[in-house]
Design a protein around this ligand. Structure first.
Ligand SMILES: NC(=O)c1ccc[n+]([C@@H]2O[C@H](COP(=O)([O-])OP(=O)(O)OC[C@H]3O[C@@H](n4cnc5c(N)ncnc54)[C@H](OP(=O)(O)O)[C@@H]3O)[C@@H](O)[C@H]2O)c1
Length: 289
């Protein structure tokens, strides 16, 4: 008798961490649903090409984490088809950059809709299924930015800190049902993240300040520094497959840790956070950035 494959669902699989995680899970025996919001994009074509070469237990399906109907229909369909869901990786997300006063409520809501409520929506649908089967692993991709914050990213950090707090609390309620919650905290990862980040529409970068008048652009200097710093971070990234491999190890472990920090940058920054006072850490970050 062949052993039944474990079933995994990954959100935001069209590129980066989600793309590599879907393939890594499938290559390691999980029947994987690589979900993405657009099936007509480059990511699904690339994944389909890999599927042609390798005979993987992987299906590409459409799922928009912002949409209640999309999430419930897809998750319930998978549960019906497979009678179980063993692993879910809440990965879909992007960064919103801009000072709070220059960020509209609409932009803030959109950022929370994907990074925070997207994961919440998926968990609310999947937990009853995992509870019934008395097992499951929920992997939430936060970031080292879920525990420390850099300038001009207040809403992005808000979403990631929120997901960290929610997950830490949920750990207690899920444990009696054999469900583990796992937080993945990478530092900088080489992916589309760096070209897909959204600048708040009213951020200083959109003003013409060539004449040196900074009145309309009070955050311009900090913004320039941060954009420069993003460029440097982007040059010192790890490959998404490193994150995927850690996720694989975590979901294969019987008693996974709550948190997995990935990348030297993340380890170094989080260690400094542990050892320094708030003021010392702020000075350290100002120097580092
Ligand atoms: N890259 C880093 O340095 C880094 C570091 C720490 C944490 N992270 C986190 O890692 C996760 C993955 O990011 P990445 O680095 O792999 O970036 P990425 O290459 O830009 O991938 C992000 C994925 O999320 C998808 N997505 C966005 N909104 C969605 C929605 N409403 N529904 C479904 N999918 C949606 C994107 O789909 P489309 O192709 O359709 O846009 C894409 O597949 C994010 O949560 C990010 O915050 C990244």
């Amino acid at each position: 008798m062949t052993q039944e494959r474990e079933v995994a669902v990954v959100t935001g699989s069209s590129s980066g961490i989600g793309f590599d995680t879907s393939l890594t899970l499938a290559r390691n025996g999980f029947h994987t649903y690589a979900t993405m919001r657009k099936l007509e994009g480059e990511g699904s074509k690339q994944m389909a090409d890999i599927l042609k070469d390798e005979n993987l237990p992987l299906e590409i399906i459409q799922l928009d984490v912002d949409n209640d109907k999309s999430v419930t229909e897809v998750i319930n369909r998978i549960a019906k088809e497979k009678d179980r869901i063993d692993v879910v990786v809440n990965n879909a997300g992007y960064a919103l950059v801009g000072a709070l006063e220059q960020t509209s409520m609409e932009e803030i809501r959109e950022q929370f809709e994907t990074n925070f409520f997207g994961a919440v929506r998926v968990m609310q649908t999947i937990i009853p299924i995992m509870r019934e089967q008395k097992s499951g692993k929920i992997v939430n991709i936060t970031s080292m930015g879920g525990r420390v914050a850099i300038p001009l990213d207040p809403i992005y950090h808000g979403t990631k800190f929120a997901l960290e707090g929610l997950s830490e609390s949920m750990r207690y309620e899920l444990e009696p049902f054999g469900i583990n919650i796992i937080l993945i905290e990478p530092g900088a990862v080489g992916s589309n993240f760096w070209k897909n980040f959204k600048m708040a529409a009213k951020a200083s970068g959109h003003y013409d300040v060539d004449n040196g008048n900074m009145n309309n652009a009070p955050y311009k200097q900090l913004e320039n520094k941060m954009l420069e710093s993003f460029k440097q971070m982007e040059q010192n990234t790890i490959h998404p497959s490193e994150v995927a491999n850690v996720i694989l190890q975590a979901v294969k472990t019987d008693n996974p840790e709550l948190r997995y920090v990935i990348g030297n940058d993340a380890s170094m920054v989080l260690e400094s956070r542990r050892n320094l006072s708030d003021n010392e850490f702020q000075n350290f970050m100002k120097k580092t950035i």
